[in-house]
Ligand binder design. Sequence first.
Ligand SMILES: C[S@@+](CC[C@H](N)C(=O)[O-])C[C@H]1O[C@@H](n2cnc3c(N)ncnc32)[C@H](O)[C@@H]1O
Length: 292
Amino acid sequence: MPAGVVVDCTVGRGGHTLAIASRLGPDARVIALDADPANLDFARDRITRASPLCPVECVNANFNDLSDVLDERAISTVDFVLADLGISTNQLLDPSYGLSFQNDGPLDMRIDPTLPLSAAEVVNRTPEKNLADLIYELADERFSRRIARRIVEARAIQPITTTSELARIVRSACPWKKGSVYGRREPIDPATRTFLALRMHVNRETSHLTRLIEQASARLSPGGRLAVISFQSTEDRIVKHAMRGLAQTARALEAFETLTKRPIEPTDAETARNPRARSAKMRVLRRTGCAS
Ligand SMILES: C[S@@+](CC[C@H](N)C(=O)[O-])C[C@H]1O[C@@H](n2cnc3c(N)ncnc32)[C@H](O)[C@@H]1O
């Protein structure tokens, strides 16, 4: 039975962790993190009930703090690190997270409750230009300036506090015919990109991802792998450039190779079983040199 240390940085509902732990033996160890205490509790219960041979420790932590989590456990190197980015379906559908404009809820969006700013605070306090920039940069929204202007006009009348209010304001700033976006056949709601940008901003997703790759790559054992699954282009760009950068840094004791020249994408059968997987891209980095 394989041994070694595995870190699942995003345990979510426990699916990947269980699949991994059930393939490892009692000498292996899985550390499973999630920033959301509710998902972590769910996963812990599920994993405990499944009682895999390999011990699994569930830790409520942001993967931005990966090094601290490992240091606290006196773990110097790790054989496999997995991060399945973004949010889980239950988080999207639960109105209390304020992530969806389909189920009205308080405009919060934090999956890590220790983060300081809710989406409502961002939307009601950020200067118009900064708001436009973040919507453009994080979600490639071409109507970002019009959306930011409309938000600023609306909040001057009263603070924006719910997901449905924000969605209505964003839609009113975009040219949109029902069933299409911007007059083209694109079956997404015009509020989708703004909601994505705000979620990424509130949860500091790009900076946390960059820090995760730095910390995880520094802790890989020789032959150890880091696999990152992303669901949108901004994240995939970060993963691609960070992994390529590490692979090009040819230091004898700290050498890496990318195992995925192109990202691994789901097959048609997988997408048919799980439509939310359709935009998934997995990239894998392997440490070839020895840790110093
Ligand atoms: C796509 S789901 C993972 C699903 C999981 N692979 C499974 O099999 O159920 C993403 C999970 O990552 C968590 N998450 C997102 N960003 C995080 C971060 N910076 N640190 C720790 N957990 C995070 C979310 O709370 C969510 O539970």
